[in-house]
Design a protein around this ligand. Structure first.
Ligand code: HEM
Length: 137
């Protein structure tokens, strides 16, 4: 669910009459899994975002409109930078032959039921860079 909003006037949403003062909750979780909104929603297909102008209005992790998250640009850049640094600098392995359990838990955010445990070791090409970084802290 996104942050609750309150209608400041009588309005209609999706054909429903919403009186002034109603609490409105957007179920982004359901929208992101709705097969009438997304083609094959349960599969990871990053290529669906290649034509960003087509799909962005259906993707709501930051809300939408006037009260959408003003930290969107910062958050997207930091997540990309953080994740790509972890992939570029380290080799990653599972802790056992068992596949990672991706089951979703409950909460304000979407935690994993089983926290991720993984092993990492600096990539050879990155050892010097990481040592220099660590010694400069
Ligand atoms: C992955 C990171 C983030 C996610 C998923 C996220 C998501 C959201 C969502 C869903 C909302 C509510 C939108 C709505 O009312 O419909 C929101 C609001 C807000 N976010 Fe974020 N956010 C993130 C990072 C950030 C960062 C980095 C900042 C600031 C540096 C920030 C500042 C805010 C503020 C100030 C609001 C309230 C905006 C308003 O009510 O007018 N957020 N965010």
């Amino acid at each position: 669910m996104l942050v609750p909003h309150e209608s400041s006037d009588d309005c209609k949403v999706g054909g429903y009459n919403i009186p002034k003062g109603t609490m409105l909750l957007i179920n982004a979780w359901a929208i992101h899994r709705d097969p009438t909104v997304w083609d094959d929603p349960m599969n990871f297909k990053p290529e669906r975002f290649e034509k960003m102008e087509v799909e962005t209005h259906k993707l709501l992790p930051f809300g939408m409109g006037r009260r959408a998250c003003p930290g969107l640009g910062l958050a997207q850049r930091m997540i990309g930078l953080g994740l790509s640094s972890l992939i570029q600098c380290f080799e990653w392995e599972r802790i056992s032959a068992e596949k990672i359990d991706l089951s979703e838990g409950h909460g304000i955010t979407l935690p994993k039921v089983k926290p991720l445990e993984a092993m990492c070791r600096p990539r050879n090409a990155m050892v010097n860079v990481l040592q220099e970084l660590a010694s400069s802290v």
